[in-house]
Write a protein that binds this ligand. Sequence first.
Ligand code: 13P
Ligand code: MG
Ligand code: MG
Length: 389
Amino acid sequence: MRLTLSILKADVGSIGGHTKPSAKMIDATKEAVKEAIGKGMLIDAYVSHTGDDIAILSSHTRGPNNTDVHQFAWDTFLKATALASKDGLYGAGQDLLVDAPSGNLRGAGPAVAELEFDHNVVKTNRVRPAESFMMFAADKCGPGAYNLPLFLGFADPMYCAGLMLPKLIKGFTFNIIDMDNTQGDSIISLNAPEDYYRISMLLRDNERFGIDSIVSRTDGEPAVSVSAMRLHNIAGTYTGKDDPVALVRNQGIFPAPEELLSPFTKAHYVGGDARGSHVMPLMPVPINTAVSGIYCLPLVSCTGFSVDATGHFSGNVCDFFDNPAWDLVRTKAQEKALAMRDQGWSGAAMLPYHELEYSGFRDTVEGLMKQFAIRDGHTKAAVPAASGR
Ligand code: 13P
Ligand code: MG
Ligand code: MG
């Protein structure tokens, strides 16, 4: 069968500030998902949250961008929003940016990551005798948060020794989106290993360029889908882009979990966190973790799934970062966070002007820009008379 995996994710309200959704919201989401499975729209699904974002992961046979599946997720997020509003939670309905999505959640606020592939898990299947994958979800960070770790996992044998094996040695195609191009989804396709430096040149800019998808060059099999999205102009303001999710298939013709996870030991600095406008390290955490760390410390979770012949998920999941092995990295992330916070708003601690997510910061600067005046070098006045307060 042609199987589709979809992650549809939104922040529709949270308790005590932007921390985590309420248990009622999660329960309602799980209930809605159960109904959708009962009706046969979805084969299976898994509901979790990372920080204040609820992620609905599902398997089905309807293909990516399916109107019914997207509409179902939208309606479910609306139900969770109603519960958040009733209980007076913070940011109720925050990511539902349009009145009604036109059959597709892309550009309507929620994050979308989807993969479709042939699913025939039998021992004799040379390409994919078993299907295992990981779901990444990150909160309080920008869309390019996965650029470095996914690049290292899929293109650098220092992290993924598997790339030196015959099954993977042809490398992977990186499809990269220019998120600042608001005309449409502007994508470039570059091949690792030969375009290694060119890919790095783009992916270094986490705020503008993001990995959209990765494809195996050996079998043409899709490996990765990331929710990195272009900016959308909704009601005159540019919105979107943050708290990305990713689907990553692993093992066999793809990197193994340890090869994909080892780059996360860096706790690399990413844009986002407090008011979406700072630079802080990305800390790996178990699923269903609230945001309560140092200055909105960005979080990433990773959950592993296996899929049986009928498209159902394994009865329980592997919560990769819920392990003492990651405690050291969590300590490192917090040390890196404290080091960055030592310099408050100065330089590298905050994002550059155009990336400040709260446009209010830019409004403040723009107000001040009107008060600058050119100093006349011939007079003695240190401050030009025209400069105001
Ligand atoms: P979210 O995008 O997770 O709601 O975070 C918003 C924010 O501004 C954090 O300070
Ligand atoms: Mg929020
Ligand atoms: Mg969030």
